[in-house]
Design a protein around this ligand. Sequence first.
Ligand code: SF4
Length: 531
Amino acid sequence: MSDWGKEIERYLPKDQSEEKAKAYFLSKTGQARDAMLYREAPVHITVSALIVSPDFSKTLMVFHNIYRSFSWTGGHVDGETDFLEKSRTEAIEETGASVLYPLTKACLSLDLLPVAAHKRRGQAVEAHSHLNLTYAFIAPQAQSLRPKPDENSDVAFLEIGQLETVCKEPHMVPIYQKILSRMRSIRDEKQATFAKLPAALVEWYQHAARALPWRRDREPYHVWLSEIMLQQTRVEAVKGYYARFLQELPTIRDLALVDEDKLLKLWEGLGYYNRARNLKKAANQILERYGGAFPKTYAEISGLSGIGPYTAGAIASICFEAPKPAVDGNVLRVISRITECYAPSDHPKVKDWITESLAAVYPAGHCGDFTQSLMELGATVCLPNGAPLCAQCPAETFCLARRHYSIDDLPVKSPKKARRVEDKTVFLFTCQASLALKKRGDTGVLAGLWELPNVSGTLNAQAALKQAEDWGVKPTALLRKTKKSHIFTHIEWHMTGYYIACDHKSDAFFWASQTDLAEAYALPTAFKQFL
Ligand code: SF4
């Protein structure tokens, strides 16, 4: 319990009354201080939440049974020392709201509030004071609310302009107004951080950028290829693929005309093979629509197969100096921290806000560098999992998460859906040094790629040999059994593999030699791991 007072000690009073509240707290130490956490001292520590709608026009309040007035939510901490979380759970309990984002982790107000003598559950309570910490939250209006019957009889979003009319505790209205004004300042400060980014980041990027093969020029084909390869794949892993790809297919025309098996072989191991197919499709579109010259506008670029808003923004800004952001998970993490945004960063509305706010501050003549500086900051400094290198960060002086000690809490992400688990039995039929392969169907995961023969479910050895006979491969020996798994974005395969020697090359399969496998036919990693 020793550290629990740090938040109050760190609090910077903004008026005389807050100075008095803080001075009272600092005058207490040891047990006298700990007694305040419970209802054992003349002053109790309490927390409150002031909650507003996303557009700051309304505030969510409860009609309090004791005070016969609409008021904020909150209560005694009763030993809890995570004050922000306590104010959040009190707010959820009293309003029934399920979606509630802190505006900031920082305490917004510290007040010593007098409480008159009253009765609580039939028992007399003497006059005392609350040392109250207030936290600010944002709650979307489109959610169900309900009162907490033993404390309040109504819950409602009230027009902020009508607070003086609906709040029947006149001494509380100035406190609400004070905190609302601080909330507006924080909202404005968050927005203002965007304008500080270009100057800080572009200069940093110009001396800190890593030398990467795709940064040697701003040729759209090169930037496009690297951005597609880098989706879901690490920079180090991409370097080799990028060089080999361009060596084999140096122009957009070469890409448009390449045979699909050769294309997939160049992509083998990178995964998400539709990316490669879409590259070829888009290359053909560039030949047909633009005579082979890469289109220059964001609208034209985003009309190409496999190019979403992120890649279109990257190409348009890096190659054509258009003020178009490229917002991916790295950029969302960086901006969530800099603006201390607690709404889930992957929520479309949050992504739109970040994209639009960045677009508004793109620096003319340095659009490409600005896009790359955001990417670079996410990749090399503002690292995920609470390990950012803030001392090296060009945004350190104005990063709100850094200022409010909330880096470890950001970014917030929407809860993930559990992956579907599928069991499979996979067959490695070998016959005269050849391995049986087949093509997958045209839809679903790994569509159209080569695969090892397989069936759904887990077969025992006897059932596996029976399946082999049904396919006509005439098994001569079951050589080995092994288990592997592979994780896709939404599915997880748990696979049992049987290595079976055969003496008939059944027509059910294509029989690939070692050379075929090495040079011509791409096998996805899910299956390749059995080889
Ligand atoms: Fe990220 Fe730290 Fe920089 Fe903030 S100061 S953007 S948390 S690296």
